[in-house]
Design a protein around this ligand. Structure first.
Ligand SMILES: [Zn+2]
Length: 796
C-alpha cells in the first residue's frame, strides 16, 4: 500500500495541475507546508522532482484514470486493510482533501512499519500491487516457472519457461505437455467429477445421458461378460463411421514404426521391431476373431485363423501403402486448396480405362457407391448425371484409381473378411475390459511415450468427444455469457482495431487491396466460449434428440450416437453451410475457418493460464496474442486466398500478391535457420509459414491493442513479486509463458516432420526476434540473439 500513497504524492509534485485530484486539491500546499511531521521516507530521493521525472515507471503512473480512482480515500483504506484496523479512518470528519491524504498516508506508514513490510525500496515503485486471487496465481505460476538466471535477450524461452517442467509434471498421458495440456487435464478432471455426480431435478435429458454414457463406459467388464454380443446390421455409411471414428484411443493398435527410417537405416534393432509389430498384430487378429466367432458359431481351427490373420495383415499393409500413409515427408508441391470437381460418369470412364489397362473387366462402381451411401437419407435424391459433382484433390484421384484396380484383383471373400474384421475390431474395444486390456498390452511396446491412463480418465475424454455439448452444459461457468464473454469480445474488437490501424499504414499494399482487406476483417465473425443455446434446456434436448443411452450398455450407446448423427450429416448435403460454431466448447484451442471467415474461441482456451490472469496486461500478452494469431490467419499465405465471404477466389491485385509472396521469403529463411541440434533436425520454413505469419502478426496486434487499452484505461496495478518489471516486459513474459512445454525428442522429431506449428521454443524466439517492441522492452542490444542484426521480417 505504500505504493498507492507515494503515488499520490509523486503525482502531486510532478503533475501539480489543480483539479486533477478533485475540485479542492491544491498541490502547492503539499510541497511547501506539510501539516503532519514528515515520516522518514520523505528523505527518500523519490521526492526530489528531477529524478522522478526522469524515472520511467513513475512517469507512467501519471496516467489520469487510476490516479483519480486511487485518491478516493475509501478504496485505498479498503485495499490496505480489508477487514479491520482502518475502518476507523472513515469515521474522521476531515474535510480538507490534503489533510485527508496525510492522515491516510500516516496510517499506512504505521501499518507497514508495524507489520514489518515497510521496505523503503518498494516506495520507489509508486504503484498499487494487485493482490487478487487471479494475480497471486499468475504471479506464483510465472515466478516458479521462470529461470531468472537466463538472459532474456539471449534465450527468452529459457528465461520464461526454464523451470516450467519441474513445476508442471507430465503424468505420462501426453507425449507433449504444455500450458494447453494443463487445461486439458483440468477439464478432464472436472468433467469426471461432473459425470460422477448425481443428476439434479429438472436437468436436460442429454446431461443425464452424458452421465449414463460415462457409467456404461466404466462398466464394460460387468455388463458384457454375462451376455453374448448382439448381432448388428449396418448401413454402409454407418459402417464407415464405425471404422473411422469409433473410440479406439488409447487402445489403437496402430503402427508407430517409422518404416522409411528402418528401411533406410537398416538398423537391426528397428527391423526386429517391424517384425515384432507384425506378429503382435496377427496375434490380436486371431484373439479378436476367436472371441467374436465363438458368440455365433464353432471356432475354426488355429491354422484357418492364422491364415485369416495373414490375409488381413497383407491387405491392411497394402492399402496403407497405396494411401501413402508411410510417406511422411512434407510435399512442398501438395496444395490442399487445389480442389477440383468431376462428374460420376467421368470418374467411371477413368476407372474403366485403368481396369482395361490391367486386363480387368470394367464394372459400374461410382454411381452404385454414392447411391448406396444416400439410400436411406430422407430429402436427398442424388442427381449424379446432372448437378451433383464430386470434389477431389489431384492426389486423391491417383489413390482412388489405384485402389479400385487393387480391389478388383483381390478375391471377394478376402475383401469381405477384411471389412468384417476392421468393423469388429473398431467395436470390440467398447465391449469388455478384458479384451481392451489385452489389446493395450500387445500394442504398448510399439507406442512411444504413452502409459495406460485410468479407465475413468479415458471414459471422461470419450464422453467429452461424443457428447461435448451436454458436458459443457454441466461444467460451463454459468456467468460466462454475462461476465467473461463481453470482456473477450471487447479485447477482440481492440485487436481488430489494431490490425486496421496497421493495415492503413502498410506501404506494400495498393489502396484497392487494402480496402478489400479491411472489409474482410470487418466481415470476420467470432464465436466466443460456447453457443448461447447451450444453456437452454429445450434447445439442448433438441440437439441430442433421438439418441438412447442406458447406464450399462456401452457398445449400444456408442452405436446409438453414431447411427443418429451420421445420416444427419449426409442430410445436410442440400443446405447452405451456416456460419456457425465449428468446435466443441471443451476444445483447448482456437481456430480461423477460412470458408466461414470466422474465428472460434472455445470456452476451454479461455482458462488459466491463458486467460483469467488477473491483469489485462497479462491477458493481452496471453490470450490476446492467440486472438491476434487467429485474426492474422485470415490474411496469411492461405487465408489471403479466401475472400470476405469465404470464397476461394483471387481478391488481391497481382502486384500486391507478388510483393506479399516476396515478403514471406524473409520468414521462410528466418525459420529455416532454427535447428534443434539435440535431434539433428531443422525447421521446414515453407510448411510452417502460415503459422509463423499468424504468430508474428498476432503478437504485434495484441501488443498494439494493449497499448491502446492502456492509453484508454490507464495503468493497472502491478503483479506481486514483479514490481521491478515494466508493463511491456510483463506483456512479453505472459506471451512467452503460454508456450512453455516439456516434450520428448521423439515427439519433437515427429512435429518437425508433420506439424505446421514450429516447436514452442522456436515460436517464441522467431516471433520475438522480429519484434522491436520486445527488444525495446528488455533493452536487448542490437546483435544479441533475440535482437539479431539482420532485417526483421514483418508483413502484418
Ligand atoms: Zn494457427
Amino acid at each position: 500500500m505504500w505504493q498507492a500513497v507515494s503515488l499520490l504524492l509523486v503525482v502531486g509534485i510532478v503533475n501539480a495541475k489543480p483539479g486533477i485530484f478533485g475540485e479542492h486539491f491544491d498541490a502547492s500546499l503539499f510541497a511547501s507546508a506539510p501539516v503532519l511531521p514528515a515520516p522518514t521516507f520523505f528523505k527518500e530521493p523519490i521526492f526530489a522532482p528531477a529524478p522522478i521525472v526522469a524515472s520511467a515507471p513513475i512517469i507512467k503512473t501519471i496516467a489520469p484514470a487510476p490516479i483519480i480512482k486511487a485518491v478516493a480515500p475509501l478504496p485505498i483504506v479498503k485495499a490496505v486493510a480489508p477487514a479491520t484496523s482502518y475502518a476507523t479512518v472513515t469515521q474522521f470528519h476531515v474535510t480538507h482533501p490534503v489533510v485527508k491524504l496525510y492522515i491516510c498516508l500516516y496510517m499506512f506508514y504505521i501499518d507497514n512499519t508495524v507489520k514489518g513490510v515497510g521496505n523503503p525500496l518498494v516506495i520507489k515503485n509508486a504503484r498499487i500491487v494487485c493482490t487478487s486471487e487471479e494475480c497471486l496465481r499468475s504471479a506464483a505460476n510465472l515466478k516458479l516457472s521462470m529461470d531468472f538466471n537466463a538472459d532474456p535477450c539471449d534465450d527468452f524461452y529459457q528465461y520464461v519457461c526454464g523451470n516450467w517442467k519441474q513445476e508442471h509434471i507430465n503424468h505420462g498421458w501426453y507425449s507433449r505437455f504444455s500450458s494447453f495440456e494443463t487445461i486439458n487435464e483440468r477439464i478432464a478432471v472436472s468433467t469426471m467429477d461432473f459425470l460422477k455426480s448425481n443428476s439434479t431435478k429438472g436437468e436436460p435429458l442429454p446431461v443425464t445421458q452424458s452421465r449414463d454414457l460415462y457409467k456404461s463406459c466404466m462398466d464394460v467388464g460387468k455388463s458384457r461378460n454375462s451376455s453374448p454380443l448382439p448381432r448388428y446390421t449396418f448401413s454402409l455409411i454407418v459402417l464407415f463411421t464405425i471404422v473411422i471414428s469409433f473410440p479406439l484411443s488409447p487402445f489403437t493398435f496402430k503402427k508407430y514404426v517409422d518404416k522409411k527410417t528402418t528401411r533406410r537405416k537398416r538398423v537391426k534393432l528397428e527391423l526386429d521391431e517391424e517384425e515384432l509389430f507384425e506378429s503382435a498384430y496377427k496375434r490380436v487378429v486371431v484373439t479378436v476373431m476367436k472371441a467374436i466367432i465363438s458368440n455365433v458359431t464353432k471356432v475354426p481351427s488355429e491354422k484357418v485363423l492364422v491364415e485369416a490373420s495373414n490375409i488381413i495383415w497383407n491387405i491392411t499393409d497394402d492399402i496403407s501403402e497405396l494411401a501413402g500413409d508411410d510417406d511422411d515427408e512434407f510435399d512442398e508441391d501438395f496444395d490442399d486448396l487445389d480442389v477440383r470437381t468431376i462428374k460420376a460418369s467421368e470418374l467411371q470412364n477413368l476407372t474403366d480405362f485403368l481396369m482395361k489397362e490391367n486386363n480387368l473387366k470394367p464394372k459400374e462402381v461410382w454411381k452404385t457407391y454414392f447411391n448406396m451411401l444416400f439410400q436411406d437419407i430422407e430429402n436427398v435424391t442424388l442427381d449424379l448425371d446432372g448437378k451433383d459433382l464430386i470434389r477431389y484433390l489431384p492426389n486423391d484421384l491417383d489413390y482412388i484409381n489405384s485402389i479400385v484396380v487393387y480391389l478388383a484383383k483381390k478375391r471377394s471373400i478376402y475383401l469381405e473378411l477384411y471389412a468384417w474384421y476392421h468393423t469388429v475390431y473398431s467395436m470390440i474395444v467398447s465391449t469388455t475390459t478384458e479384451i481392451s486390456e489385452y489389446i493395450y498390452k500387445e500394442s504398448a511396446p510399439f507406442k512411444k511415450n504413452s502409459i495406460l491412463r485410468s479407465r475413468s480418465m479415458d471414459c471422461a475424454d470419450l464422453v467429452i468427444e461424443f457428447m461435448g455439448i451436454a458436458v459443457s452444459y454441466g461444467i460451463a461457468d454459468k456467468s460466462f455469457l454475462t461476465v467473461t464473454k463481453p470482456k473477450v469480445d471487447e479485447m477482440l474488437i481492440n485487436i481488430k482495431d489494431a490490425f486496421v490501424q496497421r493495415v492503413k499504414t502498410l506501404k506494400w499494399m495498393d489502396e484497392k487491396t487494402k480496402n478489400a482487406t479491411l472489409e474482410k476483417s470487418e466481415e470476420m465473425v467470432s464465436f466466443i466460449g460456447f453457443p448461447e443455446w447451450l444453456l437452454n434446456k429445450s434447445a439442448l434436448e433438441y440437439y441430442y434428440a433421438g439418441i438412447t443411452i442406458a447406464n450399462d450398455t456401452f457398445l449400444e450407446n456408442m452405436l446409438s450416437i453414431i447411427e443418429q448423427y451420421t445420416p444427419y450429416r449426409l442430410a445436410n448435403l442440400r443446405e447452405i453451410n451456416p456460419r456457425t460454431w465449428r468446435t466443441d466448447p471443451t476444445t483447448v484451442n482456437a481456430y480461423n475457418y477460412f470458408g466461414d471467415n470466422s474465428i472460434n474461441v472455445p470456452m476451454a482456451i479461455l482458462s488459466f493460464p491463458i486467460y483469467h490472469l488477473g491483469l489485462e496486461v497479462l491477458n493481452y500478452g496471453a490470450i490476446g496474442s492467440v486472438l491476434g494469431h487467429e485474426l492474422t490467419h485470415g490474411f496469411d499465405n492461405t487465408g489471403r486466398k479466401f475472400d470476405k465471404y469465404g470464397n476461394y477466389i483471387q481478391w488481391w491485385s497481382n502486384d500486391t500478391i507478388e510483393t506479399f509472396e516476396k515478403k514471406t521469403e524473409c520468414f521462410v529463411a528466418q525459420y529455416e535457420n532454427f535447428s534443434l541440434p539435440n535431434i539433428n533436425a531443422t525447421v521446414n520454413g515453407k510448411m510452417t509459414l502460415g503459422e509463423n505469419l499468424a504468430d508474428n502478426g498476432g503478437l504485434h496486434h495484441a501488443f498494439l491493442a494493449y497499448k491502446n487499452y492502456q492509453n484508454l484505461h490507464g495503468t493497472e496495478p502491478q503483479l506481486p513479486g514483479f514490481e521491478k518489471f515494466n508493463d511491456e516486459q510483463i506483456f512479453f513474459i505472459a506471451f512467452g509463458s503460454i508456450w512453455c512445454e516439456s516434450r520428448s525428442d521423439e515427439s519433437l522429431k515427429s512435429q518437425l516432420k508433420h506439424d505446421e506449428h514450429c516447436p514452442n521454443p522456436i515460436r517464441v524466439a522467431g516471433t520475438l526476434q522480429n519484434s522491436d517492441d520486445f527488444s525495446k522492452a528488455f533493452n536487448c542490444s542490437m546483435g544479441s540473439k533475440m535482437n539479431p542484426k539482420k532485417n526483421k521480417c514483418r508483413i502484418w
